[in-house]
Design a protein around this ligand. Sequence first.
Ligand code: NAD
Length: 522
Amino acid sequence: MSTTFVNEPLLELRRAPVREELLRALAGLDAELPLAVGVLAGPDAAVGPRETFDSTDPGMPSRVVAVAQTATDADVDAAVAAARAAFPGWSARTAAQRAEVLRRAAALLRTDRRRLAALAVRECAKPWREADADVAEAIDFLEYYAAAAQELERGPHLVKVPGERNELRYVARGVTAVVAPWNFPLAIPLGMVAAALAVGSTVVLKPAEQAPACAHAVVDALLRAGVPAGAVNLVPGFDGPARRLVRHPDVHTIAFTGSEAVGLDILQAAAVPAPGQRHLKRVVAEMGGKNCIIVDGDADLDEVVPAVVRSAFSFGGQKCSAASRVLVHERLAEALVQRLAGAVDALVVGQAEDFATDVPALIDEDSQRRLLEALAQAREEGTVIAQAGPVPRDGWFVAPTVVGGLRDGSTLVARELFGPLLTLEAVADVDEACDLVDASSSALTGGLFSRNPRTVDHVVQRSPVGNLYVNRDITGAMVGRHPFGGNRLSGTGTKAGGPDYLLQFVEPRVVVENTMRHGLVV
Ligand code: NAD
């Protein structure tokens, strides 16, 4: 990209004044709870009472963070109509004009960053470090896609011959439906929305039911920055509004991030044109992972142990990129088990607002139940190698656990669990580990620890994953530095935060003009 892009720096949490500012922002937010989140469906949408649902603090479920309206079918239709009506005006602006608005939104997020981080702490139990990174990533997406859209507008170079003018332009496809998850409650919805807006699309956002207030905050910043009413809309709710939205005939592009099951359902629904629909929908689907870290026999455990622990347990393993399976060379297996046990034992499970917390509550009761069931299965089929504790009683906490000795074919090593459960298997060599990775239908992230450059090259050749990390943590992709997205059933292969991402939201149009004039028009 010709425009220089720089990642937003993270706050320095080790400094006491920074921590005090964050706690003041949290106290200010607490005084305003519960927040009200309404449907935003264009300037002419009906206002008035609707059914509501609560988003609550996962660490203290009695605390209501937001009361959100549930978008009705009529709201979804109104939001799509508003987005359609706003499309000609927004798409007619130049990329530079749209970029200016997105950069203003980034500046607003920067000003509000402490309060936004506090909101992610409360609504999703994101520990401060992760919550701050979420805000920084949201800023990055706005600025990166703003610049990338300007680059895209310049168009690619085509072969020139005398007497012919050839041009390839990328044009916004139309209304984009964005369906978002809760685990990056600011960055992921805003990233998908920003990409669509940057190229001239207008948007209807269906946020995760667990995090409507975070989504409302980013939409609010976009509107304050100057995105016209109608160009971005918000339809909160559970799956109902999302199902209607993705099936709507006036939606051209669907940007989805979430689970494999829902992604497959959306891909299927989008494949069937609705009556009156005159275009094919394009689906950008970023889905789940079953991410493995391979530890070769020459790896340095001083590096491996903290990286594995952070990759598996930060934010309670609730990142699509999180490590859930370690495949370790049998020569190192026993030493790694011992070292991991010590490291896991030292993890602090607690409230997200405590700066000492490593592992917060899981997002909701369903997640807690799913992980407790998986733990019971793990105890039956294998051996618990390490478990942190104690865990607070209120809130959706689950103790971070490492399990070994699982029987062949256990579903625990195949299924995404999305929580603080890590399995460990010994392998004879790196090729056996690669075979196990290759047998998986997921291919999102992966990791390798090895000191041998030839082994590194070999695993790079064999690895099917979208993002492979060598000798480091496997989470924490940075916009512009580590374009992110999975292959196989983990996604449609696009890379968020990378140079190709915007191509999903545009259609190419080529104009070929004969410039050899024959006579004059009079
Ligand atoms: P989810 O699939 O349950 O929900 C995501 C969104 O889809 C929510 O807004 C939900 O309301 C909506 N939805 C539910 N049913 C729907 C349907 N039938 N049709 C349309 N929309 C529907 O996922 P989640 O629990 O919010 O997030 C966790 C999942 O997201 C994990 O699997 C994780 O790996 C994945 N994830 C992937 C990435 C990535 O970049 N690959 C990033 C973050 C999260």
